[in-house]
Design a protein around this ligand. Sequence first.
Ligand SMILES: *Cc1c(COP(=O)(O)O)cnc(C)c1O
Ligand code: SF4
Length: 341
Amino acid sequence: MSSTSLRTLDALVQAELVPGDPELVAVVQRFAVGVTEHVAEQLRQEGGAGPLARQYLPTVAELDIQPQERADPIGDAAHAPVPGIVHRYPDRVLLKAVHVCPVYCRFCFRREQVGPDGEMLDRAALDAAVAYIAENPGIREVILSGGDPLVMSPGRLAPLVQSIGALPHVDLLRIHTRVPVVDPAHITPELIAALKGGPTPWLVLHVNHASELVGAEQAIADLVDAGIPMLSQSVLLAGVNDEISALEELFRSLLKLRVKPYYLHQGDQAEGTGHFRVPIAKGQALMRALRGRVSGMALPTYMLDIPGGFGKVPVGPVYAKRDGEHWQVLDPQGKGHQVPG
Ligand SMILES: *Cc1c(COP(=O)(O)O)cnc(C)c1O
Ligand code: SF4
């Protein structure tokens, strides 16, 4: 892993990114902290408060754990047949080869599982995970998740990708990562070659604010130029992107970089994340406001992962409802129209 430097509270305090508040000790004992040098520089430019600081710098608000919050908010554990695999949908599995990330986001839904103490699946566990995929021919897509799979060096990724590529029933390799925006220097020709050494790769970039894309343009261009299609996933976060202008700028910036906005997630009920929560009604209103105003290509689907492991579904807004023999359909301005069908 390259350029992951500030991984302790002391390091963040010394870099003058967070105040030397003794109350933060309890926060970092419970939830991992860390930013890359690249993000530290962005934080300095942001000046201590803003959408990046809010995503990465620990605050005492995280100690406020609410009753409905869970250690495993989306129920991964209920669908883990072998360590490292989450098999919730028939045609695709998550493969969590690493539990470390280049940054530790304060809103993370896997915050109880990720951290510097969880390393990589050991060789035997990784072999067992790949064997599980081999034994289940219904699996068409392997989703490398984590942790962040791109913290792995090309030398570790290449054999893993090749072993998945050797399975004839697997068509797609999907990589979920924050690395192109938090550590763009890690996107090297060797890494790209490793990603291309197996099933057709698709890369899903996790990004929540347009300012994260500054400095990542070349890394993204290198991936797309190499023939790897890119999508994005964002989490709707209070104080980061819960405004029309912030979402519009994020999605427009992504399209310009040839990244198609895929999902906007309702924040999961992870412990100590209440200060990031946005009501679903507000999320729907934001999506409604964007429809018609920005390119349809720019609009992701607004998704909720139902607590307890029941799966992800779109949560609106809804434009059509049954009205007797007809449908009542809203136009982008919110005016209703009766439509046969
Ligand atoms: C989110 C998720 C997926 C991917 O879902 P898509 O809707 O295809 O993006 C697959 N498996 C698990 C366990 C997931 O949580
Ligand atoms: S898993 Fe993703 S959201 Fe969670 S800390 Fe790692 S990079 Fe951030």
